[in-house]
Write a protein that binds this ligand. Structure first.
Ligand SMILES: Cc1cc2nc3c(=O)[nH]c(=O)nc-3n(C[C@H](O)[C@H](O)[C@H](O)COP(=O)(O)O)c2cc1C
Length: 357
């Protein structure tokens, strides 16, 4: 653990000078390219230039205050202007440094090295055919790369079954090209690459929020197979973050999900509910243990345990399990629970198991 933490610390000045003096830049090796090459004959697709944007006028404080991770998207396509806006706000190129040792963009980057590329899986954008694209920031244009077969399913699977990711009209994939920063900072590059990545991630959150779109950073993905799908050489470039984007539905208040009116739950009511509830789905069994501790109800799945706050005698609110409804038999015995996981928009039914089964 401590070894891994070291990379987050600034080494002392002596060590910094020693490491950086060994960098390729100090050795007078020419600077790297600040955009991955693409076939010269490729026909690039025009985007809307930033001077022409008519969107994105929402007040900054309102953008800050409404930002959150949004994991449910409507089927509506994005417009080309919306996509152009998001690309400009996250990786828009202002100019190359005169020294040719970096580039200035709409987001900051350590040493102006900007060690990222932007890939897009487009499911629904007005005027664009679905498929894999790359943002060519030097031209503010799009490069079409290839078709992705069954994109929704493929991307859902490659993000460890976070199915909402594949359903988004556009999915951003940031790849890192670490050498751009290593060229200057050698082995000290990796901390600042991580910082740089956070900046583009947050810029996409803010840009989305400014035009009433939603996004969610996705750190859980299948590294090997995503790099393979994008035909990357992982020695040189690899995926570092995923962000689906789409219009989001009007949000419901949590209370709208409860079927019965709010009422105080008595201790005797709660005592009926503990037990083991299971669900078998796609060959995997999920087990949720319901227990009472100090007169409060708790739900435990694998190593994760959370408190469920009572809305009434059979309906509860948690954090991961947002709404939990217990279904009892006529004689008051637990039969099943219905759990709404708002993050994934999924409703899951778990069946009560007798203790000896
Ligand atoms: C680097 C990073 C990786 C994340 N990975 C995931 C993920 O794989 N799945 C997911 O649903 N949310 C993911 N999140 C979103 C966080 O869960 C979310 O930001 C956090 O719960 C705070 O909620 P908020 O963004 O709505 O304020 C990630 C966030 C970050 C910054």
């Amino acid at each position: 653990m401590n070894e891994n933490r070291k990379f987050l610390r600034f080494s002392n000045w002596e060590e910094y000078k020693e490491i950086v003096s060994e960098s390729d830049e100090r050795k007078k090796i020419p600077p790297p390219l600040f955009e991955q090459p693409y076939p010269k004959e490729a026909k690039l697709i025009d985007l809307v230039p930033q001077e022409e944007f008519k969107i994105g006028k929402k007040p900054f404080l309102s953008v800050v205050n409404t930002r959150k991770s949004r994991r449910e998207y409507k089927e509506d396509p994005l417009t080309l202007e919306e996509l152009s806006f998001l690309l400009w706000c996250t990786q828009g190129l202002k100019r190359q440094l005169r020294s040719e040792r970096g580039v200035l963009r709409t987001v900051p980057s350590s040493g102006a090295k900007s060690p990222f590329e932007t890939y897009l899986v487009i499911n629904k954008v007005e005027g664009l055919k679905p498929g894999l694209y790359r943002y060519i920031s030097f031209e503010h244009k799009l490069l079409y790369i290839k078709e992705i077969e069954e994109a929704e399913k493929t991307i859902g699977e490659l993000t460890y079954n976070q199915i909402f990711v594949g359903k988004a009209p556009v999915i951003f994939f940031w790849t890192a090209v670490p050498y751009r920063t290593e060229w200057s900072y050698s082995t000290l590059a990796h901390k600042v690459i991580a910082v740089d990545l956070g900046l583009i991630c947050q810029s996409l959150y803010m840009a989305c929020e400014a035009i009433k779109l939603g996004t969610c950073a996705i750190g859980g993905y299948d590294q090997k197979n995503l790099d393979k799908l994008f035909e990357l050489n992982p020695e040189e470039e690899f995926v570092v973050l995923v962000q689906p984007v789409g219009k989001y539905p009007k949000e419901k208040k949590i209370t709208e999900f409860f079927k019965n009116p709010q009422a105080e739950a008595k201790t005797e009511d709660l005592k009926k509910l503990p037990g083991t509830y299971t669900r078998t789905h796609q060959g995997q069994t999920a087990v949720v243990e319901i227990s009472i501790e100090e007169e409060k109800l708790y739900a435990k799945i694998r190593d994760y345990k959370e408190r469920l706050d009572s809305y009434n005698a059979t309906e509860f609110e948690g954090e991961y399990f947002r709404v939990v409804r217990f279904i009892l038999t006529k004689d008051g015995k637990p039969e099943k629970i219905i759990v709404l996981i708002i993050a994934s928009g999924e409703t899951v039914e778990l069946i009560y198991q007798e203790p000896d089964t």
